[in-house]
Ligand binder design. Structure first.
Ligand code: HMG
Length: 388
């Protein structure tokens, strides 16, 4: 039985900062951000968008096309959680009106959280082939104003429907995992911004990529040339470019060209949205499928990395007709609708986001009709509403 990704929904907030503006404000050469880091824009979440609301909005992108009664599992992967106890998934379940017998919880391992959810969902559907699972990754990357990590911030969510006989990507059996207890990037409970050993993190990422990619090829007895595309967790697109260079070194030029071309296609959404942690790898997948013409049954390798650190390489085959499940024009419109912030406006939003929301605040969203947003606290309970 084939199990895999049947639907992909993406959401990003309605504001962004241009990297050239940010470079000027930070006295950097814009080419450092555009070429050296490989980012053009970053989405910015104001106080009305958080991990929960973005996760709901991403799922709504496909929700009216699926059979709600078949959903048996809902997992929410995030490192931007809104509560230390209650799962973000319960807010989503309520907003979507899912049945009471859905199993639902939140998972965390930095950017690996959505891959952990996807693998759990794959195994769940194998045991319950008549049921489906929704897995959501949703995050806001915050490092701080004027920090080296600032240019790698972002905000957004990707939601996947996992089912038997999937119509986008059929996941293959097996994976290669590798983990170590290290401190490359972390966010303690007393901090709203990430702490990072930046240069070290970029090295560990590449090291874990080589380990898991090599082990995976050995496990499957496959070779680099068997892959039509390899896609990556993209904290910033230059990081994926470096991993891809490692993947294609020593290959003949046809293989290099093919994997370089597919990498280029996979980076467009991340380049404009920024790092969305758990969901970043799946933004690469969506970007690849929307920007490259891939043959049915093409083998796609996926590299997932979560700081701390945990990495996994796995793969899937594209399903014939996968294009019918996608909506590139709507995704493009979602990016194009964003309002460009000045750096001063972005800094104001950023500073405000570091404050705790006051109790009994009624927040209004400037989102378009139908979008869910965080509407403030009532007796310390988070409220979510839909723009009418
Ligand atoms: P930095 O120290 O400011 O940058 O921070 P740099 O000096 O290393 O320069 C960056 C690149 O720009 C270099 O290229 C420069 O040569 C180039 P490279 O040597 O890397 O190829 N450059 C220029 N290029 C063209 N024209 C110019 C120019 N000037 C310089 N004029 C750093 C960079 C990534 C460290 C910082 O942004 C950071 O700390 N980011 C956050 C950490 C991060 O994203 N790490 C990635 C791996 S860890 C991960 O992926 C997990 C994560 O997503 C979290 C999770 O799992 O939850 C982060």
């Amino acid at each position: 039985m084939q199990v895999g990704i049947d639907q992909i929904g993406m959401y990003t907030p309605n504001k962004f900062v241009d990297m050239v503006d940010l470079a000027h404000a930070r006295n950097e050469d814009p080419n450092k951000y555009l070429i050296g880091i490989g980012q053009r824009q970053m989405s910015v979440a104001d106080e009305t968008q958080d991990a929960v609301s973005m996760g709901i909005n991403a799922t709504l992108r496909y929700f009216d096309q699926i059979d709600k009664d078949k959903i048996g599992l809902l997992i929410f992967g995030t490192e931007s959680g809104v509560d230390q106890s209650k799962s973000a998934s319960l807010f989503v379940k309520s907003a979507l009106g899912l049945k009471a017998d859905v199993r639902t919880f939140e998972v965390k391992e930095a950017c690996f959280g959505l891959t952990a959810s996807l693998m759990t969902a794959r195994d769940f559907v194998r045991v319950h082939p008549d049921q489906t699972a929704i897995v959501i990754g949703s995050d806001i990357a915050r490092y701080g104003i004027g920090t080296p990590g600032e240019v790698t911030q972002g905000a957004g969510s990707v939601s996947l429907l996992v089912s038997s006989n999937p119509r986008i990507l059929s996941l293959n059996n097996g994976h290669s995992a590798y983990s170590e207890d290290i401190n490359d990037f972390w966010r303690p409970n007393n901090s709203k911004v990430a702490m990072v050993d930046g240069k070290y993190s970029t090295q560990v990422y590449l090291d874990f990529f080589e380990k898991t990619f090599t082990a995976y090829k050995e496990q499957k007895n496959w070779h680099t040339q068997d892959f039509a595309a390899i896609i990556y967790h993209l904290p910033f697109t230059k990081q994926g470019l470096k991993a891809n260079r490692l993947a294609i070194k020593d290959q003949d030029s046809a293989v290099q060209d093919c994997l370089q071309k597919s990498f280029e296609a996979s980076k467009w959404l991340s380049m404009r949205i920024g790092n969305i942690y758990t969901a970043s790898l799946y933004l690469s997948l969506l970007s690849l499928l929307e920007n490259d013409k891939m043959e049915p049954n093409s083998l796609i390798g996926l590299f997932s990395y979560g700081s701390g650190a945990m990495a996994e390489f796995f793969s899937g085959n594209l399903v014939d007709g996968y294009q019918k499940q996608l909506n590139p024009r709507v995704d493009q419109a979602l990016l194009d609708r964003r309002h460009q912030l000045t750096v001063a406006e972005y800094e104001k939003i950023f500073t405000q986001a570091l404050q705790d929301p006051a109790n009994n605040v009624e927040l209004e969203s400037d989102e378009e009709v139908g979008v869910w947003y965080f509407a403030g606290l009532k007796d310390n309970i988070r409220q979510y509403r839909r723009v009418k």
